[in-house]
Design a protein around this ligand. Structure first.
Ligand code: BJW
Length: 243
């Protein structure tokens, strides 16, 4: 079914690592998550990269290989959000904290990667952002400016400004529904979006997660269970009777 012609309120969906868990990608703060295995300061801060770039490259190379493994793909949660964007008669914006490309592979096109993208690199010399699906090393030269030692993963680390914040802010200000999926609510500014939405407007706010997040009490509605089940059911509901 395509979009009807009667416009409906815009929807903003914030996603986190929980939506990709059932695709085989690790979350961060669950008991078996990434931060239980590596030190945040070493791999996810500008200081860690400055001290030991090879270590940081190894960390992201390993995750890039995992993401590009042929066995990894979008799950029913991602596919339901692609259906929402296709069939909702209004704007649907996905703001993801995830650096994987599973929303794109599912079919979402109106998408912001606020914490960057694993399959891209950025040159600290010329500023170019480029697709990069293989391993990255300290000896690699920038394909644009040819300098060596200037490439870094296109990832937003702690203490760095998340991407496209102005566009996100505008979308939050004007939305009729804000949905947060698979995020623990520990990392700002994303963790503050629900409070912002409630402060500026009358949007309905919904959390879909495996368990209550840190900010669960800030949402008007909460639904718990695996994203592969809760997201398709929620999207069905929104497309048939709204919220
Ligand atoms: C399921 C499921 C299933 C499992 N189905 N659900 C005090 C001191 C110092 C700094 C700060 C401070 N207070 C605030 C800050 C700022 C800092 C911050 O927030 N720190 C906190 C830790 C306190 N933030 C920043 O530095 C950010 N920049 C910034 O603030 O700039 C200034 C600014 C201010 C205002 C406006 C604009 C700018 C940058 C943050 C960068 C985050 N980077 C990372 C790593 C890089 C990406 C990568 O390597 O992948 O991004 S950290 C990591 O956490 C990653 C994630 O995107 C992010 C969020 O994690 P997420 O997605 O919530 O995952 P989990 O694991 O925490 O939760 C998963 C959830 O899923 C769980 O609840 C599960 O239950 C659930 N789940 N299976 C459904 N099947």
């Amino acid at each position: 079914m395509g979009k009807s012609t009667v416009p409906k309120p815009p929807i903003v969906v914030l996603t986190g690592a929980g939506i990709s868990k059932e695709s085989g990608l690790d979350t961060f703060r669950d008991a078996d998550g990434i931060w239980a295995k590596v030190n945040i300061e070493d791999v996810a801060t500008p200081g860690g990269f400055h001290r030991d770039p090879a270590r940081v490259h190894d960390f992201y190379n390993m995750r890039r290989r995992g993401l590009n493994d042929p066995g990894v793909g979008p799950n029913p949660g991602h596919l339901a959000l692609a259906r929402l964007e296709k069939e909702w008669p209004g704007e649907v914006l996905i703001v993801t904290q995830n650096i994987d490309d599973l929303h794109e592979r599912a079919g979402n096109a109106n998408l912001i990667h606020m914490h960057g993208e694993l399959n891209k690199v950025r040159c600290q010399g010329c500023g170019a952002v480029m697709g990069w699906t293989g391993d990255l090393g300290v000896g690699d030269a920038c394909p644009r400016c040819t300098r060596t030692g200037t490439l870094r993963p296109h990832i937003v680390w702690f203490g760095e400004m998340p991407l496209e914040m102005e566009r996100i802010q505008e979308a939050l200000d004007g939305c009729g529904l804000f949905v947060s999926i698979g995020t623990s609510g520990n990392v700002y500014p994303a963790a503050g979006f629900v409070s912002h939405v409630r402060a500026v407007g009358i949007a309905h706010t919904v959390e879909l997660n495996l368990e209550p997040s840190v900010g669960a009490s800030l949402f008007a509605e909460t639904l718990y269970g695996p994203a592969s089940e809760t997201v398709p059911a929620f999207v069905d509901r929104v497309l048939t009777r709204g919220w």
